[in-house]
Design a binder for this molecule. Structure first.
Ligand code: URP
Ligand code: ZN
Ligand code: ZN
Ligand code: ZN
Length: 459
């Protein structure tokens, strides 16, 4: 099928220009101010609409086992929600279980995802068991197109500072990039003890055990380790002003540091932990929601191009699963959903409120994740020869988020009642129309993408 998309405003990280696009096979074949229609082409009039490159959510956890349970969304429901939200590619965190090799973890994740995904997908590998075998397996990861890794500084998946140093040293040889969950696990354990001694077992204790200092200290420590190794580093889900200040200082001193934040840290605050009953459990994620001044700082940093990507950290649980922590907040499985509404939220509360431009939206949601994680220029941009992953954006659409109109396998929405404007009207995945009039019309067309290492400039 050849599609000719006419009269849309093509968005890049630099500008927005009215252009016609010809899609042939899986690729963008031609881009020009006017392309004449031929009989064999299906013509789509995108007049008045933005056309974005397919969005990339570089931080999802689908079908992840945590705390004796498994996330509500697997690859089937998660990627269907993703594509409805304009994401033509996600990068999920394959996670090494203790005692498992990286090869086994990668196979395990392929079993979860292959044949069940409605958008393209790649894997980061979360290294949780560092030993000789893990080290030997790294080469195979790169051959399989897993070129980015995740390390935790907290949870029982954490690695020690010495291990972080060794892992970064090893990955540097391959040109790998590492994203790190920065929170000081040992201090969190102490703060948890204190809350429990004081008799606070409710979700309101959660943010008190993970204050911004705990993130900032870990960011600072990580940055020095990465500086010693002399390797670029990614701080994932950055949530606080204090943490940002640590990173900003290192960047000003010439260190290569990439910063990811998430919509929840821009749009929600810690007042959610004061809700009645057990409602607050819905917002238990790590790092926790912060204060308004933290969100203001992150928005300002986005405006000034001082952050690099916005991902969702989609990690969904049903309320019934959250209730596992009814008597003890540390047993609440951590995480929130997000993959479906990321672009709509950034458009409504970022672009329309003039906190970021539409080109910055394109950069944070598509181009930079592609550049950082070895997908560019195959994905993340609208260029001749790139994958025809496209979002025709209807800026006039409006909707109220409810648990009924989300595609997650979840029994609540943390965004219940939130108004959003703008919505993907049509989404093309490698030249196939998979969303039309905002509805997913084709499922399970997603393929695994082998990624290369970062070789492009990050904007
Ligand atoms: O609470 C969260 N963010 N859960 C997902 C796992 C992680 O830390 O990224
Ligand atoms: Zn994390
Ligand atoms: Zn995460
Ligand atoms: Zn329509």
């Amino acid at each position: 099928m050849r599609y000719l998309i006419k009269n849309g405003f093509v968005v890049t990280s630099k500008e927005t220009t009215q252009m016609d696009l010809l899609i042939e096979e899986e690729k963008i074949k031609r881009i020009a101010p006017t392309i004449e229609a031929e009989e064999s082409m299906e013509v789509i009039d995108a007049k008045g609409n933005y056309i974005f490159p397919g969005f990339i959510d570089a931080h999802t956890h689908f079908d992840l086992e945590v705390a004796g349970t498994v996330t509500a969304d697997d690859f089937s429901s998660g990627t269907k929600a993703a594509i409805a939200g304009g994401n033509t590619c996600i990068i999920d965190f394959a996670t090494q279980n203790k005692g498992e090799t990286l090869e086994e973890a990668s196979e395990h994740w392929h079993k979860k995802a292959d044949g069940k995904s409605s958008c393209d997908y790649g894997f980061h590998m979360a290294v949780t068991d560092w030993n000789q075998q893990t080290k030997d397996d790294l080469k195979a990861m790169f051959e399989e197109g897993i070129t980015s890794f995740k390390l935790y500084m907290t949870y029982d998946t954490k690695v020690s500072d010495g291990e972080i140093f060794e892992i970064l040293t090893e990955l540097k040889k391959y040109g790998g990039i590492v994203g790190v969950h920065c929170e000081n696990g040992a201090i969190i354990d102490e703060l948890v003890k204190k809350q429990k001694e004081n008799g606070n077992f409710s979700p309101s204790a959660h943010p008190l055990t993970r204050p911004a200092e705990v993130e900032a200290e870990a960011v600072n420590r990580l940055l020095y380790i990465a500086k010693l190794v002399d390797i670029p580093i990614v701080v994932v889900h950055l949530s606080s002003k204090l943490g940002f200040k640590e990173a900003e200082q290192a960047i000003e001193q010439g260190q290569t540091v990439f910063l990811e934040t998430c919509p929840q840290y821009l749009l929600m605050d810690d007042s959610k932990y004061q809700l009645d009953g057990f409602e607050s459990a819905k917002y238990v994620c790590s790092p926790p929601l912060r204060k308004k001044e933290d969100a203001d700082c992150l928005w300002k940093a986005l405006k000034e191009n001082k952050l690099h990507t916005i991902s969702t950290d989609h990690c969904s649980f049903n309320f019934t699963q959250k209730e596992m922590g009814k008597e003890d907040f540390t047993k609440i499985p951590n995480g929130m959903p997000g993959v479906q509404h990321r672009a709509e939220l950034l458009y409504t509360y970022g672009v329309l409120e003039e906190k970021i431009t539409v080109s910055q939206m394109c950069k944070y949601l598509a181009e930079n994740p592609a550049r950082l994680y070895g997908l560019y220029p195959k994905k993340g941009c609208i260029k001749e020869g790139s994958d025809a992953d496209l979002v025709i954006w209807n800026g006039n659409a409006s909707e109220t988020v409810t648990k009924e109109n989300q595609l997650y396998h979840m029994d609540y929405s943390p965004l219940e009642g939130v108004e959003i404007k703008g919505k993907p009207d049509k989404v093309f995945l490698r030249g196939q129309m998979v969303v039309d009039h905002g509805c997913v019309i084709k499922e399970n067309c997603g393929l695994y993408v082998k990624r290369s290492t970062m070789e492009n400039e990050i904007l």
